[in-house]
Every structure is written in C-alpha cells, then in structure tokens.
Design a protein around this ligand. Structure first.
Ligand code: ADP
Ligand code: MG
Length: 244
C-alpha cells in the first residue's frame, strides 16, 4: 500500500474508534447519573447509599476501562480470562439497566439459575456487551412501555442469557444488518453498540441467536460454554468474588 493510502486508512480507523468510545462511555455515565439521583432521595438508608455508591464507582471504572481498551487497539494486551459466575453478572447488569429502564417507563423481570455453573471470559467485556443489548431492548420499548425479561438458564453444557422485549421489533432486513457498523434506526443512534457487543461475545466463544417480529418484540439469546464451578480448586474459585 502506498504511504498516503496507509495514512488515509489510519485516519479512518482512528475516527471510527473515537465515535465508538463516545458511544460506549455514554452508557456508564447514564447509569452513574441515575444512581446519583437515587442517592438524593430523602430517607434513604445507609446500606442502599453504599450499594449505589459501589455500583457507581464500578461503572466509572468501566468507563475508564473502555477508554483504555480502545486506546489499546493499536497495542493489544492479552485478554483477561476470569472464571465468571453468571448469576452475579446477570444481577449486576440488571441493576445497571434498571436505572435506564426507570427513565423509559420499562420494567425489568429477572430469572436466575442457581446451578453450579460458570463461564470463562473477561468480566468487564461481558458486562459491556450485555448492557448494550439490554439498552437497545429498553429503547425499543420507550414509546410504549413494556417489560424486559432477563433470564439465565443452562442447557446441554451451555449457559444461556435471554433478553426479551416486547418493543418495536425488527424486519428480516434489519436483523441481517445488526452488528454491522453504523446501522441505526434511531435519531441519535450511532449503530456501534451491537457491533461492539457481538465482537466481544464472539471473542469469549459465545453465540448469538436473534428472533424478532415487527411490532411484537425481540429476543436475544446469548450462549457460552458452561464450566462446572466445583471442578475448580477453592483458591481459584475465591478469585471470582461475588459482586453484589
Ligand atoms: P444504536 O442503538 O446506536 O442505534 P446499536 O448498534 O446498538 O446502535 O443498534 C443498531 C440498531 O439495531 C438499532 O438502531 C435498532 O434499529 C436495532 N435494534 C437492536 N436491538 C433491538 C431491539 N431489541 N429491538 C428493536 N430493534 C433493535
Ligand atoms: Mg444501542
């Protein structure tokens, strides 16, 4: 490639990255804003305040991580490989999504799976990808109100996270464009959220199944290879602490 063409390509990548960073930072900031508002409520007990503070700090850390992640694209660091208890993560993600749901008159119903299963992956990347998908589901119901169901289940050695909404739904053509950069049907959308989520999920050996019907709603099923929690030495199990 000619020097000029290489420069042009670099500029294109850098400006696309800048747009992604802005998009990804907005989610944790919105969540922190919500928690600060909650903390201003009168007669809030101290444990709740501490809980909101903890999540706000974790979300701010996540924002920081996202920035360094994108900056690290030029110099990629090895992926973190943690043992993740999905029950904890699904609870965490639901809690973060609740602040966004409250703005949009949307309810969240969560069903956990109490089995002894977990997965391998990078906890922050998992959170980021699930929050992006959940946020889209909430936004799909913002006009009408509705329920976002978040269900964790286990089937044939796979952990499955289902996110189901009864929002605007998608056409077949829209489904096929999901995950491609800059596909958005929203006035202020960037069309980068699903692209980032899909590539993170795939990097953790996850699979994504989508069913959707225009005017009815959408279901995302995300599956990851399951690992038995008790097959690990207690020292290793200890490193994956419960976050809530
Ligand atoms: P953005 O949210 O900025 O538009 P995304 O990449 O997150 O970008 O999503 C791309 C598009 O995919 C959205 O604009 C929307 O049209 C569609 N989409 C994603 N999830 C859903 C959903 N749950 N229901 C309806 N449409 C969805
Ligand atoms: Mg989005």
């Amino acid at each position: 490639m000619q020097e000029e063409a290489i420069q042009g390509e670099k500029i294109r990548i850098v400006s696309e990255m800048a747009a992604s960073v802005a998009h990804e930072i907005r989610n944790p900031l919105t969540a922190v804003r919500g928690f600060i508002q909650l903390m201003a409520m009168p007669y809030l007990d101290q444990t709740k305040v501490q809980f909101y503070q903890q999540i706000s700090l974790e979300e701010l850390d996540r924002a920081q991580l996202i920035i360094s992640d994108y900056l690290a694209i030029a110099k990629p660091e090895p992926e973190k490989d943690e043992l993740i208890r999905l029950n904890d993560e699904v609870q965490y993600v639901s809690q973060v999504l609740l602040t966004i749901a409250n703005y949009n008159d949307v309810k969240i119903e969560m069903a956990l799976h109490e089995g002894q299963f977990c997965m391998h992956g990078d906890r922050n990347k998992l959170r980021q990808s699930l929050i992006n998908i959940g946020k889209n589901a909430i936004e799909a119901m913002s006009e009408s109100g509705g329920v976002l169901e978040i269900i964790l289940s286990e089937q044939a050695n796979k952990m499955i996270i289902t996110m189901r909404d009864n929002g605007v739904g998608m056409t077949q053509e829209q489904i096929s464009r999901l995950g491609t950069p800059y596909f958005s049907t929203k006035e202020k959308g960037t069309g980068l959220g699903t692209m980032v989520s899909f590539s993170l999920i795939r990097a953790m050996k996850g699979k994504i199944y989508i069913t959707s019907e225009k005017g009815k709603g959408t279901e995302f099923k995300i599956s990851f290879p399951a690992v038995r929690w008790d097959s690990f030495h207690p020292d290793i199990r200890h490193t994956s602490k419960s976050l809530l």
